[in-house]
Design a protein around this ligand. Structure first.
Ligand SMILES: [Ca+2]
Length: 481
């Protein structure tokens, strides 16, 4: 279904119902904005010494709940997106480490329930706008000159518009529903100067302009919100995975010099402005009060030791490591939710949460019971956000997963990583045990949030306990009982 069709059907529905001025749905709209590589320490509401002004994120934190112990299910893009949409850890799928490339086939298994397919069945209109990075079609390499036989529409989205993968992965083109808008028939030699202004060489649509992508997604999102406002009796779900502040860092002129963290910080300020555009669209169309707005990130910031030496900015705050790592900076992320009347302003929650928890939460909001074969790793965070009585057990542990496929288990203050090294981008990525030395990593995050004191050899009981739980979650194929 294309946008023109929406407009026609929404306008017709609004016209036919105009005399009654239809009431808004009793169920909330859900707008889920997923930044790409935004760090815990980038936002002032998490890190008051952030070198980037983030007034729009900070406002949502003041008006809603700020979770302090939320994690992406992976420390890189593709597996986190799989987890958000399916409520299931991606390492249970065919992708055991790393990410998809732009020519890879669809990752989400045909027939698997997703957040949009569940909400669509419950009567929602569903749209995805932004970076997909979950593959298209059933064959490889994907042929962008033809419609895809598997697309976001196959996974429950009534409408989708965006780009195939990260904005530094070819092919560079827009996709609308099941086809490339302008197929990638030209070639870009790539770019890598200065730091962060980077994309790989490869195929590109002749009309594609890298700098325009984030503004285009913002415009598509606000246009969609305006369209849905014409049919207020039907709730909608908007999944909005942004392309920033992942590389290429491309702040437009308006944002140059907005931060004290160079091009990166200026680009984060531009992402914050997108949040402002979306919240303003919700307000303008009278949808603010009946919308659960969620703001988060798909993994930690790609902020290296060199970046930390160069700028007075800690994109991942005090957490160890960076994007891709098993250490907390890889996957501990900002998570804000606003729902006026349901979530008290200024709430701060230390409840352990994972981005796979959207599925169970959206189901609880809609009174939908989860089926046995769906959302295996999803726990509702509704009671933590709203202080309403819990209808199901809260999440008590989480499995972390790094870019290279290293596992860790977190339960209360304890974190066990199965092997040594970062498992991601930070050196050493892999580390061989020394004779009689530890073979894994055990940290007490309450006493040692920087993960500096490995207790693996000193607390074998805790190592055994957490190892047993990690193995059980893996072998039984699900986290929920
Ligand atoms: Ca990412």
């Amino acid at each position: 279904m294309n946008r023109r069709h929406f407009l026609t059907t929404s306008a017709a529905a609004a016209a036919s119902l105009a005399p009654q001025a239809p009431a808004q749905s009793a169920r909330p709209n859900i707008v889920y904005i997923l930044a790409d590589d935004l760090g815990y320490g980038d936002l002032r509401c998490y890190n008051d010494s952030s070198a980037v002004p983030t007034p729009n994120y900070d406002r949502v934190a003041r008006e809603g709940v700020r979770f302090t112990d939320c994690h992406s299910p992976s420390s890189v893009c593709t597996p986190t997106r799989y987890g958000i949409l399916t409520g299931r850890y991606c390492w249970r799928s065919r992708l055991k480490s790393g990410v998809l490339q732009g020519y890879h086939r669809a990752l989400i298994e045909p027939g698997r329930a997703t957040v949009p397919s569940m909400l669509k069945s419950a009567g929602y209109h569903t749209a995805g706008v932004g970076k997909w990075h979950l593959g298209f079609g059933s064959t490889e390499p994907v042929d962008y000159s033809k419609p895809f036989d598997i697309s976001p529409n196959s996974h429950g989205f009534d409408y989708y518009y965006g780009i195939p993968a990260s904005l530094d992965f070819e092919p560079y083109c827009y996709v609308e529903n099941n086809r490339a808008v302008d197929p990638p028939t030209a070639f870009t030699p790539g770019l890598n100067v200065p730091r962060g202004v980077f994309w790989r060489q490869g195929k590109v649509a002749p009309s594609f302009v890298f700098e325009d992508v984030l503004p285009t997604l913002a415009k598509k999102a606000t246009t969609y919100i305006a369209e849905r406002a014409r049919e207020p009796q039907r709730p909608f779900f908007l999944y909005l995975p942004l392309t920033g502040p992942h590389t290429p860092w491309l702040p437009t002129r308006k944002f140059e010099g907005k931060s004290a963290a160079g091009i990166y910080g200026d680009f984060v300020a531009m992402v914050d402005d997108v949040i402002g555009q979306v919240t303003e669209a919700l307000r303008q169309h009278g949808l603010e009060n009946n919308t659960l707005l969620i703001l988060t990130s798909d993994n930690g910031a790609h902020w290296t030791p060199e970046d930390r030496a160069r700028y007075p900015h800690r994109a991942n705050a005090w957490w160890r490591g960076q994007k891709a790592d098993i250490h907390d900076a890889g996957h501990r992320i900002p998570f804000l939710a606003r729902w006026p009347g349901r979530i008290a302003p200024g709430t701060v929650s230390g409840q352990l949460t994972c981005l796979t928890d959207l599925f169970a939460t959206a189901a609880e909001i809609n009174g939908i019971a989860l089926k046995e074969n769906e959302a295996e790793d999803s726990f509702s965070f509704l009671s933590a956000a709203t202080a309403a009585p819990a209808k199901s057990p809260a999440r008590a542990s989480i499995v972390h997963h790094s870019a290279q496929g290293m596992f860790a288990l977190r339960r209360s203050e304890w974190k066990l990583a199965e092997s040594l090294g970062s498992g991601g981008f930070t050196e050493p990525q892999k580390e061989s045990p020394t004779p009689n030395g530890p073979t894994g990593q055990l940290y007490n995050l309450m006493a040692d949030p920087a993960e500096s004191d490995n207790l693996f050899l000193r607390n074998p009981t805790k190592v055994a306990e957490l190892t047993a739980e990690l193995n059980a979650i893996r072998t039984k194929g699900r986290s929920r009982a």
